[in-house]
Design a protein around this ligand. Structure first.
Ligand SMILES: Nc1ncnc2c1ncn2[C@@H]1O[C@H](COP(=O)(O)OP(=O)(O)O)[C@@H](O)[C@H]1O
Ligand SMILES: [Mg+2]
Length: 264
């Protein structure tokens, strides 16, 4: 029995829209360019991560490396999605052309929001320690998100406050009755981005190094928030079964880090 297909076949809206506007360059990193594009649908922006050819690299090696990195990032994002870890969803991949198309996260990276918040607190004349609830809340959500990722076996490889985003809530909830006061700059869901250097690992050591890198990032980028890093670790410690062993391991990693910096 063959069934007769009805033409035209229904298309999902995402594929039906003929037009798209020019993409906007958001950042230019050492390896990748990140564009915001409405290629799919005017109402559905996406993040296009593009790894252009490196003219100084051997062409065969360059193609192989680019393909590997794009496929690896896509694969790990999918793994995280599948297991409920907060990362952007993957819309499309073309490893041959060197790009990855992701869900656009409306919001800002934690580095930017946190610095804005710290400045706001300083300008208001608030003493350190006050308004701490908002900061604690963010630190907790960071610890939980990182713990979820580690809990499913994924190690990030470049965990900094530039690779964590805070997703604005305006777009998710229309009827959010803000209670008249100032909005909390640190509100929003923590989304982990940039899995370009991520991998699957079963070693506690790798997870501990992730935490160490994040701790150092807080120390150098937001020294005024560093004191609350323990809140990240506390939330992390409760987030998956193996977390306490990782925290123990972190102490060794710190020790080695200190020795290394003493040796110069
Ligand atoms: N899915 C996304 N939605 C919105 N902005 C994003 C998204 N992914 C990345 N960005 C922005 O682009 C920057 C660079 O992206 P990232 O994946 O970190 O690439 P790189 O490897 O160059 O660091 C991020 O710091 C963030 O500001
Ligand atoms: Mg990055």
């Amino acid at each position: 029995m063959t069934s007769i297909l009805q033409y035209p076949l229904p298309l999902p809206p995402i594929l039906a829209h003929p037009s798209s506007t020019a993409p906007l360059l958001i950042t230019q990193g050492a390896e990748a360019l990140l564009y915001k594009s409405t290629y799919l649908l005017p109402s559905l922006p996406c993040a296009l991560k593009y790894r252009p050819r490196k003219p100084y690299r051997h062409p065969t090696l360059d193609t192989r490396l680019t393909k590997h990195r794009i496929l690896s990032e896509a694969r790990l994002l999918l793994k995280c999605r599948k297991e409920g870890v907060p990362v952007p969803s993957v819309y499309a991949v073309d490893e041959g052309q060197g790009w990855l198309m992701l869900e656009w996260i409306e919001g800002e990276v934690v580095r930017v929001r946190l610095n804005e918040w710290l400045r706001w607190r300083r300008e208001k004349g608030t003493a350190e320690g006050e308004e701490e609830g908002e900061l604690r809340g963010l630190m907790e959500r960071i610890g939980e998100a990182v713990g979820m990722m580690h809990g499913v076996g994924v190690v990030h490889g470049d965990l900094t406050t530039s690779n964590l985003m805070l997703k604005s809530r305006e777009h998710a909830e229309v009827n959010d009755h803000a209670e008249g006061g100032e909005e909390n700059l640190l509100a929003g869901e923590v989304i982990i981005i940039d899995l370009g250097l991520a991998s699957v690992s079963r070693f506690e050591e790798d997870r501990a190094v992730d935490l160490y890198v994040l701790e150092r990032a807080f120390g150098s980028t937001h020294p005024r928030a560093e004191g609350l890093f323990e809140v990240v670790l506390e939330a992390y410690g409760k987030s998956f079964k193996g977390a306490p062993i990782v925290l123990k391991r972190l102490e060794d990693v710190r020790m080695r880090g200190r020795k290394r910096s003493m040796l110069g």
